[in-house]
Every structure is written in structure tokens, then in C-alpha cells.
Design a binder for this molecule. Structure first.
Ligand code: ARG
Length: 458
């Protein structure tokens, strides 16, 4: 048999040109959805009387036979059959003969492919949501184990103020909660059926689009057939949500990579999530974290590639739209595995609590405490800032820290400073006293963790 659309053609095909136009190398990932879509379509054709019950049964049985072969790994796809839709239809012809040709009544590959992708993404987004939720659980657990683990909080990558490690984990929890919400909210725009838009203009056959949509589990149908076959916003949204997600993972990985360095030594990854060097025997590299950081590049790239494909496209279907798939598949695989790796890596990483805490004791991250102390005793905050700034400068010249300054020296600067200053300057006190909502105070962190657990149904 020649090409399924071969009637109008008399020139012969060139294999290398066919290969350029074919999408089967990648869209075979949609085989399951393609058969699912066809089964719904044929059932609708029977219900509306467009096909006889007998024809529809023959076609459905044939499709199920093809489906079984697919599950058994017995289908091989060919470039001559261009894409997944034509490959499956060819197999259907092999199963049931010419009646197979009735399946495509009132349908086009344009609404067919769009339907396949809506089905595919709906499933993937469900998986993504589950995996984000698992990672959020890991974060909450890590936080709960480390409420009183003290670390330096940074701005400009300089020690700023001491914080609870749990607070740091819960910051990522917040980002991932928003990511999960974004994916969840996107479902209502994926959950729409383009099937029955046909090539672009609808069809003269008395089809029932709502019925087919219902069979496929879609909540709505596209209200405009041109939009139905041309819309790829739902994919863009997936690529965009994925980009934001992996940007968060990448920031987190960057921190883990820093924390693993000899300079920080805050955390250690398990051997499973590390790799060695072929030349330097001592190396234990955080490759997995680096790879997630690196893979953010391709995820952003896939978003930009599709935006660029779409920006100048006239309505309705254009073959350019075939370029929507590889990036979508690649992003789906990338974020699903990155989420798995991230969860395992964070769950198993161990903390050097002493090093973390000590590094807040040999620094000036308590300078704000001193300034706040003076301000709370009536000195205007700006003046307190100036006084402490001068003192820090003086200390750096002497090679000491604020907690090393003798009380007499403090009192010579201002009698407002009393012996309780040393307690105030301790990192633990600095954290403990931060009761403001959403701050790093242990009480605040505790209630953030409780809230998180509730959200996760724990
Ligand atoms: N393989 C095509 C794609 O992925 C299917 C739709 C083809 N439609 C057409 N009119 N050539 O976009």
C-alpha cells in the first residue's frame, strides 16, 4: 500500500525527504494516546450513526489488537508511514482490511495529534505533581530534624544573620508549593478536547464532540475549531512551569554544591549521589546536583524553542507544529528524573551541624543584634548602625569579634550596653528572638513545619 494521503500525488517519494518530514522517531511516544483517541472517536462515530455498529465494532476490535501488539512490544514503526497516526492506521488496515479506512471519518491528523498531546500532558502533569509533593515531604522531614541546627544566612553570599537550617529548607518548600500549585492550576487548560475540530473548520458529519471528550475524560471541548488545532499554549505553560521548577531545583543544587566544598563543609552527600575522578583519587564530586543545575539549560531552551516556533504562525495547522514534541518529551523526562534525584539526594545528605554553627560564631553575623540592642534601649537605629559599624571596623583591625570585646570597652562606647549583651550576641539567641511572622525564630519555623505537614496531609 502507498501513502495514506497518496491519491493526489504522481511523483515518486525520496526516502531522505520522507525522513526529514517524518516525526515517527519521536512521536511514537504517543502511540498509547493515539489508540485511546481513536477508540473514543470510533465509539462516537457509532453513537451518532455515522458508522454502523458492526463497522465500529470491527474497527474497535482492530484497534485493541494493535494496542495489544503495542503492549507486547510487537509494533515496529516506519519512516514511510511518517508519524504515529499513519503508522497505527497502517497496522489497523493490516488487522481488519479496508473498513479501517472508515476510522478517519470526520477527523484529521490535526485534531488527532492535538488530542494525543492533551492526553499525554494530562498524565505527565499528574506525575509531576506527585513527585513535587514527595520532594516537599522530604524537605519538611529534613526541616523537622533540624529546627535547632544553626547556619549562617547569606546575602551577597556574605554572612548576614544566623538562621535555622530548617528555615532554609522551608524556603524551598515554599517555592515547590507554588510550583505544585502552578502545575495543578494548568490542568484545567490541558483538560480540553480538540477532537472534532477536524482539519481546521469542523466537519459536515453529525459528530458529537462532547461525547468523545467525555469518553477521553476531558472536562471540556475547544469552542473554536481553528483554536482547537492550533493551540499549543497548554504545552508552553507546561514548559514554562517546568522552567520555573527546575530553576528552583538548580538554585538549591547550587547551594548543595557550595555546601559540599572544602570551604563550606556543611553537608556531605552519600556515595550514591556522588562520583569520583579518574585522575584525582581524593575526589567526591556532587555530579547529580551539578547535572540538575546543568539540565535547567535544556528546559529553558525547550520553552524558548516552542515560543519561537509559535510566534509567527498563521492559523491554523502548519507543519511547524510538529516541532512541539521533542522539547515537550525532553522536558517531561528531565523534570521527572530531576525531581527523583533531588528527593533522594536531599533525603540522604548528612549535615555537619558543628561546622555550620561554628561558622556563625567566627563572624559578624551578630552585628544586627548589637544594633537592635542599642535601638531597643532608645538609641535611634541609624546612630546604632553607625556605632556598630565603627566597632566592627575596629574589631577587624584587631582580629577579634563582637563577642570578644570586653564589657568595659563596650561601656566606654555607651553605657547602654550591659553584661547581657554577650547572651544577646549568641547565634542561638539571635534566632530564638526572631518571633516575627515568617522569620527564622524557632517558634516560627516550628509552626511553618506544622502547617507544611498539614498541607501534605501528614
Ligand atoms: N506529525 C504531525 C504533527 O506532529 C501530525 C499532523 C500532520 N498534519 C498534517 N496536516 N500534515 O504535527
Amino acid at each position: 500500500m502507498g501513502k495514506l494521503w497518496g491519491g493526489r500525488f504522481e511523483g515518486k517519494n525520496e526516502a531522505w525527504i520522507d525522513a526529514f518530514g517524518a516525526s515517527i522517531a519521536f512521536d511514537q511516544k504517543l502511540a498509547k494516546q493515539d489508540i485511546q483517541g481513536s477508540l473514543a472517536h470510533v465509539q462516537m462515530l457509532a453513537k451518532t450513526g455515522i458508522l454502523t455498529g458492526e463497522e465500529a465494532t470491527q474497527i474497535s476490535d482492530g484497534l485493541r489488537a494493535v494496542q495489544q501488539k503495542l503492549l507486547d512490544g510487537k509494533l515496529t514503526f516506519t519512516i514511510e508511514n511518517e508519524d504515529i497516526h499513519l503508522n497505527i492506521e497502517k497496522y489497523l488496515h493490516e488487522e481488519i482490511g479496508p473498513v479501517a479506512g472508515k476510522l478517519h471519518t470526520g477527523r484529521s491528523r490535526n485534531d488527532q495529534v492535538a488530542t494525543d498531546m492533551h492526553l499525554y500532558l494530562k498524565e505527565i502533569v499528574g506525575e509531576v505533581i506527585e513527585k513535587i509533593q514527595l520532594l516537599r515531604e522530604v524537605l519538611v522531614n529534613k526541616a523537622e530534624e533540624n529546627i535547632e541546627t544553626i547556619m549562617p544566612g547569606y546575602t551577597h553570599l556574605q554572612h548576614a544573620q544566623p538562621i535555622s537550617f530548617a528555615h532554609h529548607m522551608m524556603a524551598y518548600y515554599g517555592m515547590l508549593s507554588r510550583d505544585q500549585e502552578r502545575f495543578s492550576e494548568s490542568i484545567k487548560r490541558i483538560d480540553i478536547s480538540p477532537l472534532g475540530s477536524a482539519a481546521l473548520a469542523g466537519t459536515t458529519f453529525p459528530i458529537d464532540r462532547e461525547y468523545a471528550a467525555e469518553l477521553l475524560g476531558f472536562s471540556a471541548i475547544y469552542e473554536n475549531s481553528l483554536d482547537g488545532v492550533s493551540d499549543r499554549d497548554f504545552i508552553l505553560e507546561f514548559l514554562s512551569n517546568s522552567s520555573i521548577l527546575i530553576m528552583h531545583l538548580s538554585r538549591f543544587c547550587e547551594e548543595i554544591i557550595l555546601w559540599c566544598s572544602h570551604e563550606f563543609q556543611f553537608v556531605e552527600l552519600t556515595d550514591t549521589f556522588s562520583t569520583g575522578s579518574s585522575i584525582m583519587p581524593q575526589k567526591k564530586n556532587p555530579d547529580m546536583a551539578e547535572l540538575i543545575r546543568g539540565k535547567s539549560g535544556r528546559v529553558f531552551g525547550n520553552l524558548f524553542a516552542l515560543l519561537t516556533v509559535l510566534k509567527g504562525l498563521p492559523l491554523a495547522y502548519n507543519k511547524d507544529l510538529q516541532e512541539d514534541k521533542e522539547g515537550m518529551f525532553d522536558t517531561a523526562e528531565t523534570i521527572l528524573t530531576s525531581l527523583d534525584i533531588m528527593a533522594g539526594m536531599v533525603e540522604t545528605m548528612s549535615l555537619n551541624k558543628e561546622i555550620m554553627e561554628q561558622s556563625t560564631e567566627k563572624d559578624f553575623s551578630n552585628a544586627t543584634e548589637l544594633a537592635d540592642y542599642l535601638a531597643s534601649k532608645g538609641m535611634p537605629f541609624r546612630q546604632a548602625h553607625e556605632v556598630v559599624g565603627k566597632l566592627v571596623l575596629d574589631c577587624t583591625k584587631k582580629g577579634i569579634y563582637l563577642q570578644d570585646v570586653p564589657l568595659e570597652e563596650y561601656q566606654a562606647i555607651t553605657p547602654l550596653i550591659q553584661a547581657d549583651i554577650y547572651h544577646t550576641l549568641a547565634s542561638k539567641t539571635a534566632i530564638e528572638r526572631r518571633h516575627s511572622a515568617g522569620g527564622t525564630g524557632f517558634d516560627q519555623v516550628r509552626s511553618a513545619i506544622e502547617k507544611g505537614k498539614k498541607e501534605l496531609g501528614k
